[in-house]
Write a protein that binds this ligand. Structure first.
Ligand code: HEM
Length: 143
């Protein structure tokens, strides 16, 4: 598996305090943008929509904190992948969520969302996305 660049790791870690403060706002905005641009994804989300931003923000923060120690996330990855398979998440959904996440960061953080931060988060999102997609492929093959 290819690795994240040291600059990406450093940049993602540097944004942890920002995520602590704005994570819920960014993820709430991300769902607004996702459902507006890709309404077909809306029905995939069933339970407690108010809780979803916190869950995703928590996952993203945990990821940022462990970005140089991804083994620590394997239980979390297994849980996310099995929920995703249960809700029929497919590889083609990842670019929709990634694009919506970066658009939400831009909207919420304004000028603080520098091109460097957005590039690093884009790279980090798809890196985690590829790990999830691979795990989900395994689980789909078993069902
Ligand atoms: C790197 C990207 C992603 C991360 C970090 C992530 C994270 C999570 C987490 C932590 C959960 C809760 C799992 C649990 O506790 O059971 C979850 C659930 C879910 N995710 Fe993702 N996810 C990602 C990508 C996606 C994509 C691309 C979609 C497709 C639109 C998606 C749709 C869902 C759905 C439908 C649920 C269940 C929500 C519900 O029960 O209402 N996720 N995700």
């Amino acid at each position: 598996m290819s690795e994240l660049s040291p600059l990406t790791i450093e940049t993602v870690k540097a944004t942890i305090p920002v995520l602590r403060e704005y994570g819920d706002t960014i993820t709430a905005k991300m769902y607004d943008i996702l459902f507006e641009n890709y309404p077909e994804t809306k029905s995939m989300f069933s339970s407690a929509p108010d809780e979803q931003p916190k869950v995703l923000a928590g996952a993203v923060s945990a990821y940022a904190m462990n970005i140089d120690n991804l083994d620590a996330l394997s239980d979390a990855v297994g849980k996310m992948a099995s929920t995703h398979v249960r809700t029929s998440v497919k590889p083609e959904h990842y670019p929709m969520v990634g694009e919506s996440l970066l658009a939400a960061m831009t909207e919420v953080l304004g000028d603080a969302a520098t091109p460097e931060i957005l590039d690093s988060w884009g790279e980090a999102f798809f890196f985690l996305g590829d790990i999830l997609i691979a795990k989900e492929k395994e689980l789909y093959a078993q069902t």
